[in-house]
Ligand binder design. Structure first.
Ligand SMILES: *[C@@H]1O[C@H](CO)[C@@H](O)[C@H](O)[C@H]1NC(C)=O
Ligand SMILES: *[C@@H]1O[C@H](CO)[C@@H](O)[C@H](O)[C@H]1NC(C)=O
Ligand SMILES: *[C@@H]1O[C@H](CO)[C@@H](O)[C@H](O)[C@H]1NC(C)=O
Length: 391
């Protein structure tokens, strides 16, 4: 502390003198000390960022050649800590609630370590925070609802942890948030109203359930990426969903959806949809024709559902027009003859994918699309109510 006071004294004495450093605010030092103290000493390698944190030296003072060589950055006047970005050194410990004293923090990134315990609700006091990444740790418990007070937060990544409980219902108050990744946790409950300026939404591999309701996505005109795969969503994917104006990539695979309604894009020239994965659901009905009206669609998976009826000529046309590059339709009850152009060796046969495990008539084994076998006739007969599906 004596060095700190000396520095404070000097800087007040010579405040106009450019060579003299101002000192880090006491409450920031206090928070950094508490932060380091809550991490197990034997998980701090000497060569790591935290290993260089030596509090006999002022954290923000420059140059940082022997202490605080990494892990923090400070404001230009060296008085406030503005970012805490740790290296992935295997740090193990809890995250102290006292971190909330770093009120000028803009970025907090503790990714790829072994932090555990709750995400402190006091992080909501970090009113300037723009980037929060706690990815790939072992944080548990609920997402503190108070985090939704972070009005400037642009990016939130707490993927690959063991978070439980529901998404905060007040999530839509995160009005600056553009990227949210909470994938690979154990979150439950349904989707609340989502932050209005989201560009990327990733909630893959949780236990979320319920319907995809239009109210959750109300006003999300910037939304480009939707990753909701490997959850327990049910019901129909309704027509409004694929009308979200900025949509590019959609992963709804591995849920329990039972229907999909797809309208033609409202303004096809502006549609940017390139990839749709609806595989591994329980979707009934005919293959959705209107998907072929999305001009940039390049990858489509409808595999392992309960689709029936023929493979539409429109899908073949989409391949032939050099837009569609991947087409997975295997594991359904599709019947009839697939459009011959898929197998003729022209540009229509350039697609990667599979038509296997269906009830198709004449899927030539010479085509890689037909490599896996069709379903046994008995299974197909049963699926089509006893009538022979092969016309
Ligand atoms: C911390 O810095 C002080 C002052 O430079 C030095 O005497 C001390 O050895 C350092 N401690 C460690 C653990 O490096
Ligand atoms: C579906 O989700 C379950 C649970 O997350 C996972 O074990 C499985 O591998 C997933 N399957 C596919 C095809 O994504
Ligand atoms: C879409 O683009 C085509 C060709 O560039 C043009 O003729 C048509 O008017 C456009 N449609 C809309 C709705 O902008």
């Amino acid at each position: 502390m004596s060095i700190l006071f000396l520095l404070l004294f000097l800087s007040s004495l010579l405040s106009s003198h450019p060579e003299v450093q101002a000192a880090t605010l006491g409450s920031d030092i206090y928070a950094l000390k508490a932060f380091k103290t809550s991490i197990k000493p034997n998980s701090i390698p000497p060569w790591s960022c935290l290993g260089s944190w030596n509090f006999s030296i002022d954290p923000c003072s420059l140059p940082r050649r022997t202490s605080f060589i990494c892990g923090i950055s400070c404001s230009p006047d060296s008085t406030r800590v503005t970012s805490l970005v740790l290296d992935p050194a295997g740090y193990s410990g809890t995250l102290t609630p006292l971190l909330s004293h770093l009120t000028q923090l803009i970025q907090l990134d503790l990714s790829d370590n072994s932090f555990y315990g709750p995400v402190p609700s006091s992080l909501s006091s970090l009113g300037n925070l723009k980037i929060l990444s706690l990815r790939s740790n072992a944080f548990s418990g609920n997402i503190p609802p108070s985090l939704t007070n972070l009005a400037f937060l642009q990016s939130l990544d707490i993927s690959n942890n063991v978070l439980t409980g529901p998404l905060p219902v007040t999530m839509n108050s995160l009005s600056s948030l553009t990227t949210m990744d909470l994938s690979f946790n154990k979150l439950t409950g349904s989707l609340p109203r989502l932050p209005p300026n989201l560009v990327e939404l990733a909630l893959k591999a949780n236990s979320l359930s319920g319907l995809l309701s239009q109210s959750s996505f109300q006003g999300l005109t910037q939304l480009e990426v939707v990753e909701l795969g490997a959850n327990r969503f049910t019901g129909a994917v309704q027509g409004w969903f694929f009308q979200l104006p900025s949509l590019q990539q959609v992963d709804l695979a591995n849920n329990s959806f039972t229907a999909v309604e797809i309208q033609k894009p409202r303004n096809a020239n502006n549609s940017e949809l390139v990839a749709v994965d609806l595989g591994f659901n329980r979707i009934e009905g005919y293959l959705p024709l209107n998907l072929a009206s999305f001009p940039l669609l390049a990858s489509l998976s409808l595999r392992y559902n309960r689709f029936r009826g023929p493979i539409p000529w429109d899908y073949y046309k989409k391949v032939n027009d050099n837009s569609l590059r991947r087409l997975f339709l295997d594991g359904n009850f599709l019947n009839g003859k697939p459009p011959a152009g898929f197998f003729s060796g022209g540009s229509g046969s350039s697609v990667a994918g599979s038509f296997g495990d269906n009830c198709l008539e004449s899927c030539p084994a010479s085509s890689q699309l037909c490599l896996s076998l069709q379903k046994p006739t008995s299974v197909c007969r049963q699926a089509y109510g006893g009538r022979i599906p092969l016309v």
